[in-house]
Design a binder for this molecule. Sequence first.
Ligand code: FAD
Ligand code: SF4
Ligand code: SF4
Ligand code: SF4
Length: 384
Amino acid sequence: MVTKGDMVYAWTPDSGLLEKAECGGAVTALLKSALENKVVDAVLAIRKGVDLYDAVPTIITDPKEIGGSAGSLHCGTTLVSKLIVKYLGGASNQKLGVTVKGCDLMGILELAKRNQLKLDNLLLFGVNCGGTVPPVPARKMITAKFGVDPADVVKEEIDKGQFIIMTKDGQHKGISIDELEEEGYGRRSNCRRCLYKVPRQADLACGNWGVIGDKAGKATFVEFCSEKGAKLVDAAVKAGALATSSADPKGIAIRGKVENAMFKLGEKWRKHDFSAISENLWDVIRDETSRCIKCYSCIDNCPVCSPIKIELTSGTTMVPVGYLPPSPMFHMRRFAHISDSCINCGQCEELCPMEIPLALFSHAVRVEADATYHPKLGSAPYKN
Ligand code: FAD
Ligand code: SF4
Ligand code: SF4
Ligand code: SF4
């Protein structure tokens, strides 16, 4: 009988699924078991679209189809939190199993605080996250740094600090992430600053860090973060849908060390990114946002931004309509109302067609305000 706080190695006995899965296939096996046993009505997961640069959020209700979502897409810069509100009624009338990175989870928690979704109806499968690589720059990086046609890559992974690709003719090539990032490639800049590596506010936190010995690469490291998560694993093991063994204490220690090293790296990037703009933040914001074409993409998927519809003819708009670029107040107003709860998910920046570093600005404001007004925030459940 496992309980909250326990840690195990877990793997699926289904060899077909194990082949497709990232590690031991525990996440997919548990999602399948949750669907089969009606613990959830549907699953919201990420699956490969036309290629591995195309991560597609997908709803699955048939347990036979769950295998299609196995595997980790490191170019999957998706954020699922607002999709639950927009397309799934905030999970108010159905139970959903959702796979979440740290930012997906933070977005969900922010939306739950705003009563936009029903947290009790979610079963959250956290995946540890070292970062995601934006898909278009990833293709450029693979051409420039690996000397490979991105269309020939059939699998990618991040392991031991390297971005590794496998090509259709069976070649493996790996380059250190540090080297890639020094040359402007690698993870998104918000990911470099991210400190939420093991999503312990989910029901389960699953990853590859800490799996050592003969299970390395063949099992998933699972930490039970709630009784709900522990119960699900127990039921799956009893039904023969999942196998587990105790996590090796040396593996647990290694996982802790890697997590700490990632915090230090995140702090280093924060210092690097924020110091470059701290002298004249508002001037930089004004200059950069002067490219804005007012497409509203930065608002659309931001989990902490919920615009209220204003009748354009009523004369109540703060910013005059019909002008490009919009008045700087368009952005100042946005930063003023979102930055206190910005989770550094990077969506605003990722989706901006004018490549304005929006997440950098709102994250910088958030971190500075926290340091000034909430110096004890180190004890908060997540640091963003
Ligand atoms: P599987 O059974 O293969 O299931 C994988 C699940 O991941 C699927 O449900 C799928 O929907 C989901 N998924 C795939 N891509 C994404 C995505 N982009 N965003 C959200 N969900 C996705 N573990 C570590 O210990 N250290 C790391 O540094 C680390 N970095 C990661 C970075 C990314 C972008 C992702 C997605 C995962 C990362 N993981 C990391 C977790 C690890 O790769 C495995 O997902 C985890 O161990 C579960 O393995 P599994 O075989 O049980 O999963
Ligand atoms: Fe992962 Fe954090 Fe980047 Fe989200 S913001 S993809 S959790 S590193
Ligand atoms: Fe995410 Fe940008 Fe919104 Fe911050 S402002 S929560 S980085 S979308
Ligand atoms: Fe302007 Fe970029 Fe936001 Fe579009 S996404 S409104 S271009 S800042």
